[in-house]
Design a protein around this ligand. Structure first.
Ligand code: GDP
Ligand code: MG
Length: 600
């Protein structure tokens, strides 16, 4: 297949607008999967993804399609469906020349539609808008088309109306891709150059790299080099995804396919990296940035004896996800554990769920935090990923020049009647409103700069509840800015609990300090002595609560009585202790570590 008969495209959409359904339909139409196959949504492979209906890990597939008497090779490049993975989305987009922007005709444009459009537009891609779900009685295709026209300046008369579910209009989709999306550029005579845009670990063949071949040709036995690490590899297999890996004799310019070489772990395969042949070095493709963790949390085994088992499980899981950063951490309160870094909160939830479900791990996970940046007077800059490490007291006064936190630019779309509430929500979260515009007579698009820390905690939940679920939300990284940050410590009977320390803006100290103390009082069970809970910032006590001592012995009431009842009670108490961590003499339940930062 010469480049002019290849099309590399993707589908971008707000969640649930029908991306996976359309992908399935196209794969069926071209015979890659059978119509009767129960294995629908082949592109969403992880169990968690199927459960949540979102694509975390991108999966791509090739199709052969005949159009006007010519045979075409169509490569569908799937993109992850969540803002946490925006960098990976942009790299997947860099592997194609155009994209289908799928919009649910009943819901209209949503926040992710807008964010995805700009990502694709920024990559210089041809964007083909299509309205999906036109079979729904609630579909308003004209209205949605108007929104597309006014928001993206795309002629609404050119928009295809389809139903990925019922099949209406689906046979026009691949012709539209062929007609509107340019073939890939490049030449087979140039030295080999390829973009790595996705990778995973296969337990039989090892690390698999998906690459877009930008120039030249690659065969088994060739020796290739990573521009990023300069490491050399020998290619042991090349092929296309159909939809599972299918070996071919070569991969040529314009194609998208997989390469297996002797990589030991996915941490060697950097999304966005350029590969070339050992004998012909080339300039790397633009835009490579290593994955950046934006959310950190401490993970500890509930039972210290499970440390090495957990260590192994974490290693196995990160074998397939190099975007999780792992560092050992020791907490005075919780013992030996890890500080894990994730791309975002969904990424963290998925990892936690897999650890618990696939590896039966019993873990305690601390409240998530963002990486704070400290500029010292001597010019050094340090990132703080564990709140307990945040400077305070004299260190703060004498050595710190400024403290900074990460911000995001958020896009929200909602019906007009929620505008007042949404503006208020942004303001209470230290948001700076940038703009609000109407995308049609009754829907508003609001953009606002917000501290990332609030996104990590409870902003999204509040947005959903205040808008009765009608507001959609997406965000992009907006860099660091100076911010007056303070470390808050939690003291139990005078002893600071490092795992409960938190960093927050100065303006939140009093409210959050009181709230934390109150909430801890609710979750800490009464014990045989009084427990004094204090929160402190900058050496000053902000709030104080007391958990009164327990007077009665649980077994006292059946003293001398029924022994089985006594055993039952004791066992019940033991059960209750499972999810507890002992700190000094005080026992803390998981709830104390979770959600401590999210205000009510
Ligand atoms: P994704 O999150 O964009 O991948 O969306 P999915 O493909 O998982 O679709 C989300 C839901 O919409 C599923 O329940 C689909 O069955 C449904 N759906 C997708 N396309 C259509 C369509 O054209 N018409 C109708 N009525 N439902 C659809
Ligand atoms: Mg999907």
């Amino acid at each position: 297949y010469p480049p002019e008969r290849i099309r590399n495209f993707s589908i971008i959409a707000h969640i649930d607008h029908g991306k996976s359904t359309l992908a399935d339909r196209l794969l069926e139409q071209t015979g890659v999967i059978s119509k009767t196959s129960k294995n629908k949504q082949v592109l969403d492979k992880l169990k968690v993804e199927r459960e949540r209906g979102i694509t975390v890990k991108a999966q791509s597939a090739s199709m052969f399609y005949e159009y006007k008497g010519m045979k075409y090779l169509m490569n569908l490049i799937d993109t992850p469906g969540h803002v946490d993975f925006n960098y990976e989305v942009s790299r997947s987009l860099a592997a194609c020349q155009g994209t289908i922007l799928l919009v649910d005709a009943a819901q209209g444009i949503q926040a992710q539609t807008v964010a995805n459009f700009y990502l694709a537009f920024g990559e210089g891609l041809q964007v083909i808008p299509m309205l999906n779900k036109v079979d729904l009685p609630t579909a308003e295709p004209e209205r949605a088309a108007q929104q597309i026209e006014s928001t993206f300046e795309i002629d609404s008369s050119k928009i295809l109306h389809i139903s990925a579910k019922s099949g209406i209009g689906v046979d026009q989709v691949l012709p539209a891709v062929i007609e509107n999306i340019l073939p890939p550029e490049g030449s087979i005579d140039q030295p080999f150059k390829a973009l790595l845009f996705d990778t995973w670990y296969d337990k039989y063949v090892g690390v698999v790299c998906l690459m877009a071949i930008k120039e030249g040709i690659i065969r088994r036995g060739d020796r290739i080099v990573s521009s990023h690490s300069k490491t050399k590899y020998e290619v042991t297999e090349v092929g296309i995804m159909y939809p599972d890996p299918k070996p071919t004799t070569s991969l040529q310019v314009g194609q998208v396919g997989y390469i297996i070489c002797n990589m030991k772990s996915v941490s060697e395969a950097h999304v966005g990296d350029t590969f070339y042949k050992e004998k012909h070095p080339v300039d790397p493709l633009p835009g490579f940035v290593p994955a950046k963790s934006m959310v950190f949390a401490g993970v500890f085994p509930l039972d210290a004896d499970e440390f090495s088992k957990l260590d192994e499980s974490i290693q196995k899981l990160t074998l397939n996800d190099s975007s999780v950063s792992v560092h050992k951490e020791t907490s005075a309160a919780l013992g030996q554990g890890w500080r894990l870094g994730f791309l975002g909160t969904l990424h963290m939830d998925v990892f936690r769920q897999r650890l618990e479900e696939e590896y039966n791990a019993n873990i305690l996970i601390t409240a998530p935090t963002v990486p704070y940046k400290i500029k010292y007077r001597d010019g050094t800059v340090k990132f703080i990923k564990t709140p307990a490490d945040f400077p305070d007291g004299t260190t703060m006064q004498e050595y710190v020049e400024s403290t900074m936190e990460p911000f995001v630019l958020a896009t929200m779309i909602f019906p007009e009647e929620y505008l007042g509430q949404m503006l208020e929500l942004c303001t209470t979260h230290r948001g700076e409103i940038q703009n609000h515009t109407f995308i049609d007579e009754s829907r508003v698009m609001l953009t606002c700069r917000l501290p990332m820390s609030d996104i990590v905690t409870d902003f999204f939940d509040k947005l959903k509840s205040k808008s009765q679920g009608f507001a959609s939300f997406d965000y992009e990284d907006a860099g660091y800015d100076d911010s007056q940050l303070v470390k808050m410590e939690v003291l139990l009977n005078g002893e600071p609990v490092d795992a409960l320390a938190a960093v927050m803006h100065k303006s939140n100290v009093v409210t959050v300090g009181r709230d934390i103390a109150k909430r801890l009082k609710e979750v800490i069970r009464r014990q045989l002595f009084d427990i004094i809970i204090q929160t402190a910032a900058n050496g000053k006590i902000v709030a104080r609560e007391t958990v009164k001592q327990l007077r009665k012995n649980v077994t006292a009431k059946c003293y001398g009585g029924d022994i089985t009842r006594k055993m039952k009670l004791l066992n019940k108490q033991k059960e209750g202790k499972k999810r507890m961590k002992k700190f000094g003499k005080v026992e803390l339940p998981q709830e104390a570590f979770l959600g401590i930062l999210s205000s009510k």
